[in-house]
Design a protein around this ligand. Structure first.
Ligand SMILES: [Zn+2]
Length: 141
């Protein structure tokens, strides 16, 4: 006897990929949205450094990455000293979940601004050219 196989397919609303479980599709959507948000952060040409950023900055775990010429780097496993990164971020900013992940990602821009301007100050900054991370300047208003 022929059996009609009715499989439910779950589709990620962000990228259209199909999954056999709702959990996988939901995870795909979450990953896609996170990726989009991190791209937005990287492409931004206007950025505000807050006290939260400066608090995180004080805890950044600077190491030496011994590859090719070697270079200073932030330990990606323990960026703020402990392997429980969300807990470290919460301790310093009281941010949780996505907010914590995004402020962590924003530290890339904070370091670009500090290195380009020589300033470690809260405030608004702008980049002259989207692809020139050395062109960050403090906005005067
Ligand atoms: Zn997806």
């Amino acid at each position: 006897m022929v059996i009609e196989n009715k499989k439910t397919i779950f589709e990620c609303s962000e990228c259209g990929k199909e999954y056999s479980s709702k959990r996988q599709a939901t995870e795909c959507e979450k990953d896609d949205m996170y990726e989009e948000k991190t791209k937005q952060i990287e492409r931004t040409v206007v950025f505000t450094i807050t006290e939260n950023h400066l608090n995180l900055l004080k805890r950044l775990n600077v190491e030496w990455y011994d590859c090719e010429f070697g270079a200073p780097c932030i330990d990606p496993k323990r960026p703020y000293g402990n392997s429980n990164v969300e807990s470290d971020i919460y301790e310093m900013t009281k941010m949780k979940g996505d907010k914590a992940l995004f402020i962590h990602k924003e530290m890339q821009i904070v370091l670009q601004i500090i290195f380009a301007t020589g300033l470690i100050e809260t405030g608004d900054y702008e980049k002259q050219d989207q692809y020139d991370y050395q062109s960050w300047q403090k906005m005067t208003n």
